[in-house]
Design a protein around this ligand. Structure first.
Ligand code: PFF
Length: 464
């Protein structure tokens, strides 16, 4: 079916709005958005750094309560108004404060997708090198810093961005949904395979225990703050995406049930990623958890070393980076889709024109982020590289504000009852009591805590 003529298209201002074909299409597309570099690259190193099993436990609790409440809110608001975030906030006719809340939700994905595509470009390059059998070279300590400083990093970024924009041109059902339907099952199979391989290496079992068994001795305040930030990142909350995807959701699709499925999917992949990476690093390092604190470079430096030291390292490398590439692509597509839909809705532009503008934004900010590691490495924003600055600006400052705006929209403007009616239109709202308590009291407090902790962290008042 062609864009704009979908069977489930919603009539809106004379134009037919695109929609997902049904629940499976919706769940796979949202899971495709949620499962990304956050699960495979960020979750394992945070889990390793902030206490292993205890981090996992805190993460699970937060996701099932706080995360759940925010996903339901954004999806219901998107479906109720049939608008992407700016329109959804504007639909209630409130003043400038709420309009700003809509715009902050809408701008976040436009700022994330350029730098996210730079990392996507690195992943594409690593897959290419593994396919060529360059396993030994990738494992050298100097390879990664050398590569990202080189101008060719920009070309890999452009290749990744081209893949993303091609899918966007194709539209919602033909592009976003179709790609997710193929890529997501492939991703699960690859993840199970690589995790089994990693867990069966000699010495890996200690890592499995460290990751899965909670040890209260490892708990700290930062465990909670880090788990909360990761939950936002991983579930694609507070970045306009769920408003947009909710607006493409048919009225009969069960919001509560599909949210639960997305959460299970996202967490399963994050846990598989933990089981791929943490045991492999334990096996490689002879059980020294300090090597796990490798941080962001874990995936590009430590993992290639682990692969090079193992049998079938090249095959493992190809599978692992193919998996990461699929995950990164579907997420980048969703981030960009959110931007495209904002342009379509707010400026009344065609999909084509909106996609072109999104492409230009990606190329401009992404090239700057990429060059920030090479010829522009003298640029320092609040002591950060250009890429790190975009990451900090969006994840640590703008996302908590966007989530707070959603909480206020739900409790002060739309009303908890109206959200409940929207959810109940398609299914029972079993966790309504918990939802209401979270939206009214706990979520705003949690959000302010994340915001203050992030600011204190960057100012050096607390160690993150
Ligand atoms: N949720 C996705 C991930 O975990 O990779 C995509 C994503 C969205 C990542 C927004 C980062 C981000 F700031």
């Amino acid at each position: 079916m062609k864009e704009g003529k979908t069977s489930g298209g919603m009539k809106k201002e004379g134009k037919t709005r695109s929609s997902f074909s049904g629940r499976l299409g919706y769940v796979l597309a949202v899971a495709g958005s949620a499962v990304g570099l956050g699960n495979i690259w960020r979750f394992p190193y945070l889990a390793a750094k902030y206490g292993g099993g205890i981090f996992l436990l805190v993460y699970l609790i937060l996701m099932l309560t706080f995360g759940y409440a925010l996903i339901v809110s954004e999806t219901a608001l998107g479906r109720m108004t049939r608008r992407s975030p700016v329109g959804a906030f504007g639909a209630f006719g409130k003043g400038a404060f709420f309009r700003a809340g809509g715009w902050i939700n809408a701008v976040i994905p436009m700022l994330i997708v350029p730098y996210y595509s730079v990392i996507g470009g690195w992943v594409t390059k690593y897959l290419f090198e593994y396919l060529r059998g360059n396993t030994g070279a990738l494992a050298e300590e100097s390879y990664f810093p050398g590569f990202i400083a080189d101008i060719s990093g920009v070309l890999w970024f452009l290749l990744f961005s081209l893949m993303v924009t091609a899918v966007l041109f194709a539209g919602v059902q033909q592009g976003v949904e179709r790609v997710s339907r193929v890529m997501m099952p492939m991703l699960v199979l690859l993840a199970v395979f690589v995790a089994l391989y990693s867990m069966t290496r000699p010495g890996a079992w200690e890592g499995v225990k460290y990751f899965l068994v909670p040890n209260p001795g490892n708990f700290s305040w930062m465990t909670v703050v880090a788990a909360m930030g990761q939950m936002f990142y991983s579930l694609s909350i507070a970045m306009g995406i769920l408003y947009t995807y909710g607006s493409y959701m048919k009225d009969e699709v069960d919001i509560e049930g599909s949210t639960t499925q997305v959460e299970v999917f996202d967490t399963a992949i994050a846990m598989l990623a933990g089981l791929m990476i943490i045991p492999a690093v334990f096996a490689f390092s002879g059980g020294d958890p300090d090597t796990l604190n490798a941080g962001p470079s874990l995936m590009f430096i430590t993992i290639p070393k682990v692969f090079a030291s193992m049998g079938f390292g090249t095959a493992a490398g190809v599978m692992f980076f193919l998996l990461v590439l699929l995950a990164a692509l579907t997420s980048a597509i969703s981030l960009a889709e959110s931007g495209v839909s904002t342009f379509e809705d707010q400026f009344g532009w065609s999909r084509r024109r909106s996609t072109v503008l999104m492409g230009i934004i990606i190329v401009c900010f992404g090239t700057a982020s990429s060059l920030g590691f090479g010829v522009w490495d003298f640029v320092s924003l609040l002591g950060m590289s250009i890429l790190d600055f975009f990451d900090f600006l969006t994840n640590s400052l703008m996302m908590p504000l966007a989530a707070l705006a959603t909480c206020l929209l739900v409790t002060r403007v739309a009303g908890l009852e109206r959200i409940a009616r929207e959810v109940e239109q398609s299914s029972a709202f079993r966790r309504k009591g918990m939802y209401n308590v979270f939206m009214k009291y706990l979520a705003p407090v949690c959000i302010v805590i994340i915001l203050l902790s992030s600011i204190a962290g960057v100012l050096g008042w607390i160690t993150m």
